[in-house]
Design a protein around this ligand. Structure first.
Ligand SMILES: Cc1cc2nc3c(=O)[nH]c(=O)nc-3n(C[C@H](O)[C@H](O)[C@H](O)COP(=O)(O)OP(=O)(O)OC[C@H]3O[C@@H](n4cnc5c(N)ncnc54)[C@H](O)[C@@H]3O)c2cc1C
Length: 381
């Protein structure tokens, strides 16, 4: 077994770590407090090539492997899970499906500007009646000969309010007027009839926009069908398989960030005449967090490695997301406990880590759905 990062990956980690410290961490509390989308950071991340990390250079990407992408997600998430959510949504949920399923023309038109960070992307699957049960889509597409006509709405869409390019899932209406096969479409925000609805007020990752998308008679050109008619569900599930490794890395970053601040605080805070780090109760919490972080890291990078190698990785991705997200919540809770009352105040980042940690157990498939995926895959084997 090989547990080493390559020299290029290590160098990349240093560059992203430094960037996160200099550009992301200093504004993390402010953008969270004001629920402000950090456009200035988006521009800087674009310059660094953090959008389209795994996309080939031909289509404007950095042409890096999946492990390198996870390194970026972990490092940014360590200081700001909101900012990390922005790159994860564009890379995993918008660039990847176009890169994998798109035509040459679609890649030229949509992937290149997203890889350059000039345009942002979003993934519209969830609806009011279709959450974990993603197949229960009510958004419909009618084949009108030279175009499709889309009607419906999507909720909780990451970057929905700021994205230009949306991957939208809908069911094609059959000749008998019923909802039939699921399809994926590339929808521009500029298309007539497309609008942003409710912008959500959230508990955590408050600086990354989350919004409703409303489609009323949106004309989508035929060439904007992604993949084949009826391939929509496959595209959604394959995208989420890869995306889950990204959420595992986001959770890992929050957990590592929690560990870092807990260690620092425990050495600084004195009670009963000594630093609290000398108390066994505190040491055990730190030991538990550190062990959880390491286990989450191994699962996350193993799943990324398998994806990179073109090997089956769906079960491992679900395991990585399940474990890392639950470890993340445990880590943030213990780190907050180590801070005592100060941890409950907004003066310390651990309060934000605690709020941000929860989302990793919910989006791109809840922990219960990950267990369902893991068990189904194991039992059918
Ligand atoms: C901040 C945020 C950002 C998001 N971003 C996006 C995005 O970019 N694109 C997008 O399409 N969606 C997005 N989502 C939606 C997200 O993926 C869903 O919220 C999630 O899949 C759960 O769906 P639901 O909220 O409808 O919960 P439900 O499916 O209603 O689940 C409710 C509860 O029932 C459990 N449950 C449901 N079915 C089962 C089952 N079969 N077995 C066991 N337990 C079950 C769930 O685990 C959960 O505990 C986002 C959500 C949030 C909160």
């Amino acid at each position: 077994m090989e547990f080493n990062y390559t020299p290029q990956q290590l160098m990349f980690r240093e560059v992203v770590r430094d960037f996160a410290k200099r550009e992301v961490e200093p504004i993390a509390a402010e953008i969270d407090e004001n629920s402000r989308f950090p456009w200035e950071t988006v521009k800087k991340m674009a310059k660094m090539g953090l959008f389209g990390i795994t996309v080939s250079r031909e289509f404007g990407g950095a042409g890096c492997d999946y492990i390198t992408y996870m390194i970026a997600v972990e490092e940014i998430s360590k200081v700001c899970a909101s900012t990390c959510g922005i790159i994860a949504a564009v890379n995993s949920l918008a660039c990847w499906p176009i890169d994998y399923y798109g035509t040459e023309e679609q890649k030229k038109k949509y992937l290149i500007p997203m890889s350059h960070g000039e345009k942002l992307g979003a993934f519209g699957l969830t609806e009011p009646e279709a959450g974990s049960d993603a197949f229960a889509q009510r958004t419909i597409a009618e084949d009108k000969g030279d175009h499709y006509l889309l009607n419906g709405n999507k909720i909780f869409i990451s970057g929905g309010d700021v994205a230009d390019t949306h991957i939208i899932f809908a069911k094609l209406v059959t000749r008998r007027g019923k909802r039939g096969r699921m399809c994926a479409f590339i929808v521009e925000k500029a298309f007539d009839g497309f609008s942003v609805g409710v912008k959500e007020k959230k508990m955590g990752i408050r600086a990354s926009g989350t919004a409703e998308l409303v489609m009323q008679d949106v004309k989508v050109p035929k060439e904007n069908l992604l993949g084949r008619v009826g391939q929509g569900f496959e595209i959604a599930m394959a995208t989420l398989d890869g995306g889950r490794i990204g959420i595992a890395a986001q959770a890992l970053g929050i957990a590592q960030g929690s560990l870092d601040v807990a260690i620092k605080y425990s050495k600084e805070r004195k009670q009963f005449g000594h630093a609290i780090a000398r108390l066994q109760a505190i040491q055990w919490m730190i030991a538990d967090i550190a062990t959880d972080v390491e286990a989450a890291r191994l699962l996350t990078y193993k799943a990324a490695y398998l994806k990179n190698e073109g090997k089956p990785f769906g079960t491992e991705a679900a395991m990585a997301k399940l474990y890392a997200s639950e470890a993340c919540e445990r880590a943030a809770t213990k780190a907050l406990q180590i801070h005592g009352g100060y941890g409950y105040m907004k003066d310390y980042p651990v309060e934000r880590y605690f709020r941000d940690s929860k989302i990793t157990q919910i989006y791109e498939g809840t922990s219960e759905i990950q267990r369902l995926v893991i068990a189904t895959n194991i039992l059918k084997g």
